[in-house]
Write a protein that binds this ligand. Structure first.
Ligand SMILES: [Zn+2]
Length: 137
């Protein structure tokens, strides 16, 4: 543990705007002070590490578990596939609602995007056309 003038032994300090703060000794440089609330500290664990430090350890352990355990890795792939499908569906519904709230704004943006990239798009279209012609001949 490094030397912190005025807080050397406790790792606690008082600030008028925040209240009691505690230093996390595991954070980089050990200079992170977090308010003593559930947002920053898990009250079920000790107050040695903040939530971010525990999450870092937990995520590293989980990644190692998935790397070393084939069955867990496959189960996680299934979970990822399902999660992606669900979130994609939710995002699509949200995007459609936003579109139909003001369709003309989206059409204007699409037109602007087309004219911004018109030369590149037409060039690509011509290349595909001639590639297709070449394949047919
Ligand atoms: Zn920390």
């Amino acid at each position: 543990m490094s030397y912190h003038p005025g807080h050397a032994t406790s790792g606690l300090r008082w600030r008028e705007d925040v209240g009691i703060e505690k230093r996390c000794d595991s954070c980089p440089k050990g200079m992170c002070w977090w308010p003593l609330t559930e947002d920053f500290w898990s009250f079920r664990s000790s107050f040695v590490k903040c939530r971010a430090c525990y999450a870092k350890i937990k995520n590293a352990a989980n990644a190692r578990h998935l790397r070393e355990n084939e069955i867990a890795r496959l189960a996680n792939l299934d979970y990822q596939r399902q999660y992606r499908a669900e979130t994609t569906g939710v995002r699509r519904v949200k995007n459609q609602a936003a579109y139909w709230a003001d369709p003309e704004r989206y059409r204007a943006a699409a037109r602007a995007r087309y004219y911004r990239n018109r030369d590149r798009l037409l060039e690509r279209k011509r290349a595909l056309y001639w590639a297709d012609k070449g394949a047919a001949a």
